[in-house]
Design a protein around this ligand. Structure first.
Ligand SMILES: Cc1ncc(COP(=O)(O)O)c(C=O)c1O
Length: 381
């Protein structure tokens, strides 16, 4: 097998990451909630328009905090797409609650609000909406549904840092939002994440849950003279070296966004004719949203076409992977969750979707990816 010449993802340092790590070492605090964590929290709150942001060690951790903040009890239900990463569902299952999987909209690949309405039961407590490929879900419609039934609305914004919906940034569109700074995302720290909150009444409890169920954050602000165990919680915060690296990335978030959007536009233009001819389907920008160039995908004709394309790209040294395997039919999905109705769009999309390499330093290699993909598509009309 040829060695990959163009990987799917390659993490890059953009600016002050190493200098900030050095500063953190000199400053002498390596545990969490130090100077760089606070700088990151402020920067994330500013960029997302949320009331508060709390750094976590992953989006998975932020989702687990969200599930705790929803006060989920065993048997409660949370509506979410099946077309998502396992962490969206795990966070709920870990509380003994039930992920209820609904279908996505075929145009946006985001949770279908009408399917959400139809899935509500007396046990429903929350909606976890994923912003697929960074494009926000239809949050006004979901907020309306949530308000009518007193449900908590959580954004799984793992992929959506820098995206907007009706001019408002992802991270400020629900009651809370979980972001990922995993090395495959736009802004990275290897592993990393954040929880943002738009409800001031939840902030103090979020701080407690994140700090092992203690009021240590209040203690560090001098608001209590000792800290103690006040609630359930866990260790959800990263150390300062991670925060220092992340701050270097956050400082460059506008430049990162611009670079990724330019790559995204280039891909769109390169496949527009094949899209118009019906050979492939290109991503569509959902109404009232702006994306963040997180991902570029193509929808192929069927599973065989998709797998043959992946094989053809791999032979040419280019890694183009598929994405989520639906959760509703996964072993743990069957065990811990339930499907609300059939999910034909999820089954269809997950079999046909392929992602092309997309990372900050992709640069002129995008030309090779485009030429290789186009040539395969032309040879396999
Ligand atoms: C929608 C979604 N949620 C959650 C996660 C988990 O993110 P992390 O790796 O930061 O825990 C991912 C990871 O890709 C994701 O795509």
């Amino acid at each position: 097998m040829a060695t990959a010449k163009i990987p799917f993802n390659k993490p890059s340092m953009i600016g002050g990451e190493l200098a900030h790590i050095q500063e953190a070492l000199e400053f002498g605090q390596l545990s969490g909630d130090g100077r760089f964590t606070h700088l990151c929290n402020a920067q994330i709150a500013d960029k997302t328009g949320a009331d508060a942001a709390l750094l976590t060690h992953s989006c998975t951790a932020a989702l687990e905090m969200a599930a705790l903040l929803c006060d989920l009890q065993p048997g409660d239900e949370v509506i979410m797409p099946s077309f998502t990463f396992v962490s969206t569902a795990n966070a709920v299952a870990l509380r003994g609650a039930v992920p209820v999987f609904v279908d996505i909209d075929p145009e946006t690949l985001n949770i279908d609000p009408e399917k959400v309405s139809a899935a509500i039961s007396t046990r429903t407590r929350a909606i976890f909406a994923v912003h697929y490929a960074g494009f926000p879900a239809d949050m006004d419609r979901l907020a309306e549904i949530a308000r009518a039934r007193d449900l908590v609305l959580v954004e799984d914004a793992a992929q959506a840092f820098g995206s907007t919906y009706k001019g408002r940034p992802a991270g400020s569109l629900g009651d809370m939002a979980a972001f990922s700074f995993h090395e495959t995302k736009n802004i990275i720290s290897g592993e990393g994440g954040a929880l943002t909150l738009t409800r001031p009444d939840l902030v103090e409890r979020a701080e407690i849950i994140r700090e092992k169920g203690t009021n240590r954050s209040r203690f560090l602000r001098g608001q209590v003279d000792k800290y103690t165990w006040v609630d359930i919680g866990s260790s959800f915060l990263p150390g300062e070296l991670i925060a220092a690296f992340l701050y270097g990335q956050l400082e460059q978030s506008d430049a990162i966004l611009e670079t990724r959007l330019a790559l995204y536009d280039r891909y769109c233009a390169a496949f527009a004719d094949l899209g118009a001819a019906g050979r492939v389907t290109l991503p569509k920008t959902p109404p009232d949203t702006t994306g963040n160039g997180h991902m570029f995908y193509l929808l192929m004709r069927d599973l065989d076409d998709r797998d043959a394309f992946i094989g053809g790209m791999r032979e040419a040294g280019i890694i183009a992977p598929f994405h989520y395997v639906p959760l509703h039919s996964a072993p743990a999905g069957l065990r811990y969750g339930r499907s609300a109705g059939d999910l034909p769009v999820t089954n269809d999309i997950s079999a046909r979707l392929v992602r092309l390499p997309m990372f900050f330093a992709l640069g002129s290699s995008i030309k090779t990816v485009i030429e290789t993909a186009r040539s395969w598509l032309q040879q396999n009309p």
